[in-house]
Design a protein around this ligand. Sequence first.
Ligand code: ARG
Length: 457
Amino acid sequence: MSKVWNGAFKEDTDKNVEAFTSSIATDIRLYVCDIKGSIAHAQMLAKQEIITIDEASEIVRGLKEIEYEIGSGHFELSDALEDIHMHIETRLFEKIGVAAKKLHTARSRNDQIALDLRLYLKEEILEVLELIKKFQENILEIAKNNIDAIMPGYTHLQKAQPILFSHHMMAYFEMFQRDKARFSESLKRVDVMPLGSAALAGTTYNIDREGVAALLGFSQISKNSMDAVSDRDFIIEFISNATTSMIHLSRLSEEFILWSSKEFNFIKISDAFTTGSSIMPQKKNPDVAELVRGKTGRVVGSLMNIITIIKGLPLTYNRDMQEDKIPVFDTVDILKSSLNIYIDMLQRIKIKKENMLNSAKKDFLNATDFADYLTKKGVPFRDAHSITGQVVSYATEKEKEINELTLDEFKNFSNLIEEDIFENLKLENIINRRTSFGGTSKKNVLDAIEKAQNEIN
Ligand code: ARG
């Protein structure tokens, strides 16, 4: 096939090379952005009298038809045409003839692809921000609806101290606040219009880059043509931010997987969000949470992928960069589908408060507070810690909890211990004493939920 660029070529491209170098199967996804960019470019060329107004309107009409053709599945893809840019330009020529050949004036595919990616990511980041917000709203709902549920808090996956389940949920709210801040911050660097950098050095035509930026809704234009066509920082940043969000989701997934097991039995994931086993009839597996945890690996892989592609590339454009689309698209798909499925799953999750509470009552979660009790009666904390250790050993031997010992038994360890110890060791009191800012007392958590609600609206 004759190609738009093969004037100087004596031989046709090898078929295997065409297949190897083609990116159309992937970058077809950019067609809306590519057409949007081309329309703005054509309008600018006409305004600057580089092409005529008639030519520009022919081009715009043709491009809109092509947009419809691709959208409705009436568009043939061919490896011989390499990428989305060549497909659209070739089709445009078939439709409108010679005016199509003027569209690429003062432009290169190098600045064109940079533009497409930036248009694409600007929209996707806004959608991601919206999804994270919805996800957080559901986290807040769960926290509010279960404000009093007490559960064991863990370190090293060993029971540590009693906490409010709502406090645990609000920890995830905080993570996603930071994630949103990262995405919003990065948006400023995506929101830069590269077109007009041409191949690498700028162009000899009297173009209006600010005008194109305004048409396309960019708030800045790139300041260095060489940087503009070789910069993929904005993609690295996006995938890195997505990786952090996925890692947060994978931690929640891990907790849901553990909590929904018979061993913990703290939550029930709705049947609609679990799947059965083909051999074991009793099983309900938390596959959604497992897959989110697993897909996180793919996003981490995409981050490695993109930074490795860009590492050591000399300026400016290199064909290696064409490989950036696979990690970007895969990351967008995984992040959005994971958030979406979580938004639905969270609405139907059941919290088994009784089981959480019973678990928090066992295994000495009140030991720190027992030590604090002694400390407040004047025992230095290190000594109080050691006495408490002895009490825990003793209670373990007796197969009792600390609060199940009698006052007489306590007196064998310290005669500072009095009747008020029992009130002191109640789980609600343990929790509600933790009033230090950011701690798990009910008042703190209620305040945190209220602030969070104001923050996201
Ligand atoms: N398909 C290319 C990419 O995705 C577009 C730019 C191609 N430029 C070039 N000189 N071959 O990166």
